[in-house]
Design a protein around this ligand. Structure first.
Ligand code: GLN
Length: 232
């Protein structure tokens, strides 16, 4: 007999632009590691879903309000978030790093941020990290809704630096995004797929079961290699 939910289309929130995890290709289609993992897991576990690129903070808030069924958005598994959300098994190791304009030769450490502005993305680990060291190093925070706005603020010179997830900024640098990395990365959480606490447990189980299958059959490695090449 069919399961009661077998016809359901899950609504999955994601970020607007967070390459190589989610971004639009030349045809406007959302692609990336998260998008391909979701597609492969849904196929493996035989469920339907729809992607809603809401922006990171909006997606997390929509999940908390049960307006979406799940979030996949390079979302770090943190103890604080575990109060509100249930996470899948981790699927990618991350961490926060500082980015500066590739033309900037004066900023070499956090000490050089004194009296300057630092761009961050609302609701992210990068934001929390910047906030945690802002008074110590004497900089002020300028929040943005998405990564491209944050990068633009650094490129135009309004902000001296930004804090972003290492795999995303490192990928962006290889795509000539106008930034460079001059500091070591900070320890950070791993990415996980999230549902609201106690909600959509069958979706979470399917995600974990599908992810395990993708690890076994080599599809996980193929997806990472597709976007990261030999750095995967
Ligand atoms: N990994 C970071 C976090 O969870 C940033 C995610 C994002 O910007 N999409 O806060």
């Amino acid at each position: 007999a069919a399961e009661p939910n077998s016809g359901k289309t899950y609504v999955i929130g994601t970020d607007i632009t967070f390459a190589p995890f989610e971004f639009q290709d030349v045809n406007g289609k959302f692609v990336g590691i998260d998008m391909d993992l979701m597609e492969a897991i849904a196929k493996d576990q035989n469920f339907k879903y729809e992607i809603k690129p809401l922006g990171f903070n909006a997606a997390v808030q929509a999940l908390e309000a049960n307006q979406v069924d799940g979030v996949i958005a390079g979302m770090s598994i943190t103890d604080e978030r575990k109060q509100k959300f249930d996470f899948s098994e981790p699927y990618f190791q991350s961490g926060v790093v500082m980015g500066i304009s590739q033309n900037n030769d004066t900023i070499k450490s956090y000490e050089d941020l004194k009296g300057k502005k630092v761009a961050v993305k609302t609701g992210t680990e990068g934001y929390s990290f910047a906030e945690s060291i802002a008074s110590k190093y004497g900089f002020t925070i300028v929040p943005f809704d998405d990564s491209s706005q944050m990068y633009d603020d650094v490129k135009t010179g309004n902000s001296a630096a930004c804090f972003e997830d290492y795999p995303v900024l490192a990928y962006g640098v290889t795509q000539n995004n106008g930034l460079k990395i001059v500091t070591e990365k900070e320890e950070g959480g791993s990415y996980g797929f999230a549902v609201s606490k106690g909600q959509n447990q069958e979706l979470l189980q399917k995600f974990n079961a599908g992810l395990a299958n993708l690890h076994t059959n080599g599809e996980y490695d193929r997806i990472l290699e597709k976007y990261l090449g030999e750095n995967a």
